[in-house]
Design a protein around this ligand. Structure first.
Ligand SMILES: Cc1cc2nc3c(=O)[nH]c(=O)nc-3n(C[C@H](O)[C@H](O)[C@H](O)COP(=O)(O)O)c2cc1C
Length: 448
């Protein structure tokens, strides 16, 4: 019997949730961003549910939203990911730990060391979400007056990847012989000095860390543009995409996997996991009511400020409780404007409801019972819209518990999700090969 293709599930962790109203939801932990005990309980619950990975986003500045919105947003602050994930590594055993790190504002030697360390500490569970950082305010925190141009950022990211992976291959897996008799700690013939001098970066090497359990931590990428997709096709093993529906997801899925084939990579060696906001109810109506309540907790002033940006038009003068009026074209994002207008029409939303929906969480959402949510996930998998999802919880802890205790068993019952971890490393969970060392053939010593 051909084995059923399995879903891969990450948890897109903002400890309070990504939804702007979540910290005000009844039963939520508004202080979770800096309450380590709560975050540990989330990670352990996710591990019991056999999630592939705990994913920690990161930003190098407070988010660049209007202060009216920022002052009401719990996403304004969060822990530095390596510090947090290193601590979680000691308190979990199997779940993957993915940290975001920027190729624009960091140095490759630093990044290579931190991820190799996290991979050793966690026993092979580390992943690197490569970002080029789109928030221009980050530049101001790193001694720069202007943000690097998009194409230049991606050019640097590509070279950065070569340098970091080259550093991870500094030592053969068997370089550390630690021979107490002869007193030789490592074999210098099994050490490679990178000696990289490129357009953007200059790094001598070697890395002062032994090759880590996974060889390389898993490479994750979240860029959407042409340059982002190409970087993903050449380098990534997981993509955190953000399509809004299956119709937009399918061509993106085919495009990235097609690009992989053109650069000679096996398309199965990359898992595309769109972010999906999941709200569970006993009935579809109950789930929708939970979402409506959550959206209603997004303050109107901040929601309308965000909606004005999306529409490219001042929406503050509109009647909040009337349908969206005609919006003239503007210079702002065309796709954002059109999507907002279509959403308002499709769901018959008032200006207030539209603003609160988009101001809360505007992306792909599965809102329903465990069975309807599983139906949708299955459809995405079967129709090649994704290989799984990066789950966004609407509010925590309850929204996370609902997915873990109700949706996961339904997926398991259908044979769509694991009941036990396949192994101990993130690569094993995701079905990804361990990369060979580009400078050393495997176990050459053993063969002699
Ligand atoms: C699911 C998801 C998660 C992301 N997480 C982060 C993050 O933690 N930090 C960050 O700076 N950017 C993050 N991004 C932004 C992307 O790295 C990228 O800048 C954005 O998607 C724009 O892509 P482009 O520059 O290729 O157009 C995320 C994007 C997505 C879709």
């Amino acid at each position: 019997m051909v084995e059923r293709k399995q879903l891969k599930l990450g948890a897109f962790m903002r400890p309070v949730s990504l939804h702007a109203g979540a910290w005000r939801y009844p039963g939520a932990y508004p202080d979770a961003n800096f309450n380590f005990k709560h975050i540990v309980s989330f990670a352990q619950k996710l591990e019991q549910a056999k999630f592939d990975a705990f994913f920690m986003a990161d930003h190098l500045a407070v988010l660049n939203m209007p202060i009216e919105a920022l002052k009401r947003s719990h996403t304004v602050t969060s822990f530095e990911p390596f510090t947090l994930l290193s601590a979680l590594a000691a308190l979990t055993e199997k779940i993957g730990l993915v940290a975001t790190a920027s190729t624009t504002f960091d140095a490759p030697y630093h990044i290579a060391r931190r991820f190799a360390s996290l991979d050793h500490i966690s026993g092979g569970r580390a992943g690197w979400n490569i970002v080029t950082t789109s928030n221009p305010d980050a530049a101001l925190n790193f001694g720069l007056e202007e943000h690097m141009e998009h194409d230049e950022r991606y050019g640097r990211a590509r070279e950065f990847y070569d340098v970091v992976t080259g550093l991870w291959d500094s030592f053969a897996d068997d370089a550390f012989i630690r021979d107490t008799e002869s007193g030789i700690f490592f074999d210098p013939d099994r050490m490679h000095v990178l000696g990289h001098k490129g357009a953007e970066l200059s790094v001598r090497g070697p890395l002062n860390i032994a090759r880590s359990p996974q060889g390389w931590p898993v490479i994750v990428q979240a860029g959407q543009s042409e340059a982002g997709r190409q970087l993903a096709a050449e380098t990534a093993e997981v993509v955190f995409a953000a399509p809004r529906d299956l119709d937009t997801a399918k061509p993106m899925y085919a495009d990235i996997k097609g690009r992989m084939q053109r650069v000679g990579r096996n398309p199965d060696h990359l898992k595309i996991l769109p972010a999906a906001f999941i709200v569970v109810g006993d009935t579809v109506d109950e789930a929708k009511a939970k979402r409506a309540k959550l959206d209603s907790l997004v303050h109107y002033d901040s929601a309308i400020a965000q909606l004005s940006i999306t529409l490219g038009h001042d929406a503050s003068k509109f009647d909040p409780d009337a349908p969206l009026p005609e919006i003239p074209e503007s210079n702002a994002s065309k796709s954002g404007r059109e999507q907002a207008i279509r959403l308002a029409q499709r769901e018959n939303l008032t200006v207030r409801q539209l603003a609160q929906r988009l101001g809360g969480y505007g992306g792909l959402a599965f809102v329903g019972t465990p069975a309807t949510i599983a139906d949708e996930m299955e459809k995405w998998l079967d129709e090649r819209g994704s290989d799984g999802f990066n789950v966004v919880f609407p509010f925590l802890p309850q929204g996370l518990n609902d997915v873990a205790d109700r949706v996961i068993p339904e997926l398991q019952r259908r044979g769509l999700f694991r009941k036990e971890y396949e192994g101990t490393t993130l690569r094993e969970h995701l079905g990804l090969p361990r990369p060979e060392n580009r400078f050393f053939a495997p176990a050459a010593h053993a063969a002699q």
